[in-house]
Design a protein around this ligand. Structure first.
Ligand SMILES: Nc1ncnc2c1ncn2[C@@H]1O[C@H](COP(=O)(O)OP(=O)(O)OP(=O)(O)O)[C@@H](O)[C@H]1O
Ligand SMILES: [Mg+2]
Length: 378
């Protein structure tokens, strides 16, 4: 069932394009966000995320296309006519105002009565754990507290739609993790629609109902986090999401088998198509064993979908605690592998190892277009 089947469509972007002079920054953007959904726009720096968010909120005009919010076309409307709230990376609180007045500000300019204003401020302050800080000024707050005030200020009007542009990127790692969980809980409690921009894939994976991967102004894939991870639509998504990045091995598919270029690697391709292709395998799916360790007995007759084994050498070994990252060289091929922590210390640089690639965990991409070839089980 589509995520959109459960509620109404809150935001629809139809054929959005944006040019700045000769530079085409966004092209052919089609996206629907369901009411109550948390959608994360993920992409690297400069890919057009903020521009798209600014188009949704009305700070930027698209060169082509339409923006719909809550069933209304709003393309020509001012930001304040769009009934949404936006939280930026630099959360620009008014330094001379108390936390209370900062949060109440959007209500004051809309002439909400004082008693109602105070009630709403108390409510969001409680929601975000700011009750004890209402009389302070921004300079007397930590970064995380300031960020919570900025979010409170966005929440106080209770619009149906929230836009976030990298709101956590100024915070340290521990605080970012906590705020991420708080935002997720807040979304669950409010049931509001949220569009959240980040270049951080962990943030995207942990927050999103659906992720939109953007690159060079074009949508590469839209899907639930596990879909993006399990079945990346193309080479870009495959290597952008996941760390360390997925291995891509150039080669050729013929007669249902993949043969690598420049390395003795051959295995079932799981595809009915033939031609130049790249075989993708995530580092955690490359199985590693020391070459002189006892080896599993090979099956009497190799099974058609048996793992393919390579022999090589550890070129680089980086134990990071819970995992270890290895670079393995086999001929011209360099494979990244990720092994469980305690094992990592056994693979010293220069060690001879064997690495197995299980066909069940491979992906295939067209060498020319980069598009995914769907798997077909034999
Ligand atoms: N007002 C502008 N005039 C000209 N070019 C612009 C303007 N605003 C943005 N750009 C360009 O558009 C592209 C996309 O910018 P945008 O700010 O949307 O990227 P982003 O994905 O948000 O990046 P980051 O992660 O660094 O914030 C960039 O190449 C940027 O230089
Ligand atoms: Mg940006």
């Amino acid at each position: 069932m589509s995520a959109l089947a459960t509620g109404g469509v809150e935001v629809a972007l139809r054929g959005i394009a944006k040019r700045f002079g000769a530079a085409e920054v966004l092209a052919g953007i089609e996206l629907e966000i369901a009411a109550g959904e948390l959608v994360v726009l993920l992409g690297r720096s400069g890919c057009g995320k903020s521009t798209l968010l600014r188009i949704v909120c009305g700070l930027e005009e698209p060169s082509a296309g339409e923006v719909w919010i809550g069933g209304r076309e709003v393309t020509a409307l001012e930001p304040r006519e769009r009934n949404l709230a936006m939280v930026f990376q630099s959360y620009a609180l008014y330094p001379h105002m108390t936390v209370r007045d900062n949060i109440a500000f959007p209500l004051r300019i809309r002439r909400v009565a004082k008693a109602e204003r105070e009630r709403r401020v108390r409510e969001v302050a409680a929601l975000l754990g700011l009750e004890q800080l209402l009389d302070r000024r921004p300079a007397q707050l930590s970064g995380g507290q300031r960020q919570r005030v900025a979010i409170a200020r966005a929440l106080v009007r209770q619009p149906p739609l929230y836009l976030f542009d990298e709101p956590l990127s100024n915070l340290d790692a521990a605080l970012r993790t906590r705020m991420r969980a708080e935002l997720r809980a807040l979304h669950a409690r409010l049931g509001a629609t949220m569009l959240y921009v980040t270049h951080d894939q962990i943030e995207a994976m942990t927050l999103a109902d659906r992720i939109v991967v953007l690159e060079a102004g074009r949508i590469q894939q839209v899907g639930r986090p596990e879909e993006i991870y399990r079945a990346p639509a193309n080479r870009f998504v495959a290597t952008f999401v996941g760390s360390p990045a997925m291995n891509l091995i150039p080669g050729e598919v013929q007669g249902g088998r993949f043969r690598a270029q420049g390395a003795p690697l051959e295995l079932v391709a799981g595809s009915a198509r033939s031609g130049p292709a790249e075989l993708g395998i995530r580092p955690e799916h490359v199985l590693v064993a020391l070459a002189d360790a006892p080896q599993p007995a090979p099956p009497a007759a190799p099974a058609p979908a048996a793992p393919a084994w390579l022999t090589g050498e550890v070129e680089l070994s980086e134990p990071v605690g819970d995992r270890g990252y290895l670079h393995l060289r086999a001929g011209e091929l360099v494979l990244r592998a990720s092994v469980p922590g305690p094992e990592a210390f056994r693979y010293r640089e220069g060690a001879r190892v064997r690495a197995a690639i299980d066909p069940a965990h491979t992906h295939l991409f067209d060498a020319r277009t980069g598009e995914r070839w769907e798997r077909q089980e034999p």
